[in-house]
Design a binder for this molecule. Structure first.
Ligand code: PAF
Length: 299
């Protein structure tokens, strides 16, 4: 199937209206480009589930609190479009702030309220980040009107924010797809491209900590503090600048677990800066500390 490329919001609305008239389902994968196997897994899952997949590529200035981070975000539209064509997507579209919101001044864009999950962790570290995510995601959902949208588990807190946007709109269904990892455990991320060999080695501390916490959960540990200490140890050993390394009940996400209370369910979440040649890189990762064995091939 040939990939259609659009860069105009009105044309995207027309495309999606025609698609929806021809068939009832439409899958959607919103991205900021610099695509990797994690994004392509979302596209394949969208095709499997909905038969047709539209993808947006927009490095959304509304969700960056650090202008240097925004400027450094990797961009390669031609490469991304080729990957999407090979994966079988039907549409890729881009746009500008002005084309999506009628103004190129971020301060004049009316912000979506992102819901309670946005207050903690990523939301506390990156003020305004989730307002920006919720605002663009709502606009993209309104343009594409997908039946189902697909998001990666690595951005777990983002999936909570996006679910609350979809609940308010009444569509689409949200599907969270498991994180894709390198064989050594590193979660795929567009930001990994900025790491040199030494930085990449140190970045492995994130997944090492997560796997250590999960091993302890499987061995019977249920208290957040010792699980979080295991999560944190490899990060400290690699001398990373840690923003948070916590264990939370995913259904009571904004609550800090009681110091000695046993958790029924747990998710470990981490954010840390890794030094890199063009300026330090902020990485996040997360893992459900479930008792189910990992699929073969994952650490
Ligand atoms: O996860 C991302 O790439 C972005 O936050 C998203 C969902 C595309 C919104 O800009």
């Amino acid at each position: 199937m040939t990939l259609e490329r659009l860069d105009d919001a009105a044309a995207v609305e027309r495309w999606s209206r025609t698609r929806r008239a021809a068939r009832r389902t439409l899958g959607f994968v919103p991205t900021m480009g610099a695509l990797h196997e994690g994004h392509l897994t979302l596209v394949r899952r969208a095709l499997e589930s909905e038969g047709v997949c539209a993808v947006s590529i927009f490095v959304n200035p509304l969700q960056f609190d650090d202008s240097a981070d925004l400027a450094r975000y990797p961009r390669d539209f031609e490469r991304d479009a080729e990957l999407l064509e090979r994966a079988g997507a039907s549409l890729v579209f881009t746009g500008t702030l002005a084309s999506f919101f009628g103004t190129d001044d971020p301060k004049r864009v009316e912000r979506e309220v992102p819901g309670p999950a946005a207050r903690v962790l990523e939301g506390a570290s990156r003020p305004g980040h989730f307002d920006g995510v919720a605002t663009i995601v709502r606009r993209l959902f309104e343009l594409v009107r997908p039946t189902r949208a697909f998001f990666g588990e690595k951005d777990f807190q983002q999936t909570l924010v996006v679910r609350s946007v979809a609940e308010r709109l009444g569509f689409p269904a949200i599907e969270v797809v498991p994180t894709v990892r390198e064989p050594d455990g590193l979660a795929l991320s567009s930001r990994n491209a900025r790491l040199d060999a030494a930085g990449r080695e140190r970045a492995l501390a994130l997944s090492r900590g997560l796997f250590a916490a999960r091993a302890a959960w499987r061995a019977g540990e249920r208290v957040a503090a010792p699980l979080a200490a295991l999560l944190r140890a490899p990060l400290d050993a690699a001398a990373l600048d840690v923003e948070y390394a916590v264990v939370r009940d995913p259904e009571r996400f904004i609550e800090v677990p009681a110091p000695d209370g046993a958790l029924e369910r747990a998710r470990a979440l981490v954010a840390a800066f890794v030094d890199a040649p063009g300026g330090r890189v902020r990485l996040i990762d997360t893992l459900e500390l479930s008792s189910t064995p990992s699929p073969s091939g994952t650490p």
